[in-house]
Design a protein around this ligand. Structure first.
Ligand code: ZN
Length: 412
């Protein structure tokens, strides 16, 4: 398979970017981070930090997945991120989660916990069927109506002959509680926003929330140390406009990063953080040719996808373009909570769109001819393939210009 497949082409210390088999590469990085932490080797840690940043910017899908080549379950070139041919092995998402955790411990930087959340709710979350009985090994961002990989239609399966992913999923879920919080110095850090009772750093706290469906996170102190300490809650990087309130004090802005409050805490103290979950449109990096001119929908930590089952009758998901009317300040996204058969609880996001009926090869005016306005509907990506197994796509073509301040750039 070659030296790059095995990450044996050059020393890890000097390697600039991730290459070869993704799961091997990211397990190796977990080891690199561990050795750096045990030996205090700052140069080795810095090399791992550099490759993580490079991977996030150039070789990571919007869902947090990695691997764009099926042939060697491997990384591709920088910006080689086709949504339909994405490999994104479930084990790779888990390996990336483990590596990001180690860099979080080594640096204390919120971006690592942000990425763990992205993996958990999207690239990892999608691997498991709604009923918990079937799994994805490969997690693409697009499935066509007639998709086949050899004789397989690319739906979740109950088992695999190479059975790495299902037990790896069980391992991560069984150990998930260990990744939610840490202590550092005199501060207790809450990294993941989920219901929990956490004891550490002299505190016991109770976290109550319906996140990611709703944005309110309540942290109640039930046991407090006898001196001044810090309590920190992660506000995700995308959550601009978030607010918090401590007890009866006035509400204040909570900027992305760690909201760190330091005081003498008493049992009964309550921090309420309102994470802004407003649906948003995300643009890919212009160098990702496979999705150039497309947009994706995200809401809070959830990446959304357009599945055939949610579109109007007679409108194929591949014939839909999200509409941005010239002169309007932003594309309108509407959300509503509902329950769907096969899926259960969800928050659907709808967008004003066009049903394109142009010819396969034609001019721009041909493609726009007979286009009709439709409402396109999206559900969280982790909930896809729980119904009829038809077409799905995360990245949607955009018609007209999207000169909106709400758009931001990501790798793909
Ligand atoms: Zn696997």
């Amino acid at each position: 398979m070659g030296h790059r497949y095995l990450q044996d082409h050059m020393p890890a210390r000097t390697s600039p970017t991730e290459v070869g088999h993704v799961v091997r590469a990211l397990y190796l990085e977990a080891g690199v981070a561990d050795v750096a932490a045990e030996t205090g080797d700052r140069e080795l840690l810095a090399s791992s930090v550099r490759r993580w940043a490079d991977m996030i910017a150039t070789k990571t899908y919007l869902t947090g997945g990695n691997g764009s080549r099926h042939s060697d379950e491997g990384f591709g070139d920088r910006f080689e991120l086709p949504p339909d041919r994405a490999y994104n092995e479930t084990c790779a998402a888990i390996a990336s989660f483990h590596w990001s955790w180690r860099l979080l411990l080594a640096t204390g930087e919120a971006k690592y916990a942000d990425h763990m959340e992205r993996i958990l709710y999207n690239g990892f979350g999608a691997a498991i069927a709604g009923d918990g009985e079937r799994f994805f090994y490969v997690n693409p961002l697009q499935r066509r109506e007639d998709h086949f990989e050899k004789d397989e239609p690319g739906r979740r399966r109950s088992w695999f002959s190479c059975a790495c992913c299902p037990p790896n999923i069980m391992r991560l879920i069984a150990s998930l509680a260990n990744y939610f919080a840490t202590t550092s110095g005199d501060t207790l850090y809450l990294h993941q926003l989920t219901g929990a009772e956490i004891t550490g750093g002299g505190f016991t706290i109770e976290v109550s929330t319906r996140y990611p469906w709703e944005g309110q996170v309540q942290v109640m102190v039930t046991a407090a140390p006898q001196d001044e300490r810090g309590l920190a809650v992660r506000v995700p990087g995308w959550a601009t406009g978030s607010r918090y309130r401590l007890n009866d004090e006035p509400e204040q802005a909570a900027d992305p990063g760690y909201l760190l409050l330091r005081r003498m805490w008493r049992p009964g103290d309550v921090i309420v953080v309102d994470i802004a979950l407003t649906p948003r449109l995300t643009l890919p990096d212009r160098r990702v040719d496979a999705v150039r001119g497309c947009v994706a929908v995200e809401r809070g930590p959830l990446v959304y996808c357009f599945e055939q089952a949610d579109q109007p009758d007679g409108v194929a998901v591949d014939d839909i373009a999200i509409l941005s009317a010239v002169g309007q300040p932003a594309i309108t996204l509407t959300e509503r909570a509902l329950t769907l058969p096969g899926i259960g609880q969800t928050v659907q996001v709808t967008a004003v769109a066009l049903h394109l009926r142009g010819t396969a090869l034609g001019t721009e005016s041909d493609a726009g001819r007979d286009a009709e306005p439709v409402t396109a509907a999206a559900i969280p990506y982790f909930q896809w393939d729980n119904r009829d197994g038809r077409a799905m796509r995360v990245w949607m073509p955009l018609r007209e210009s999207a000169a909106s301040g709400k758009l931001r750039s990501v790798a793909g």
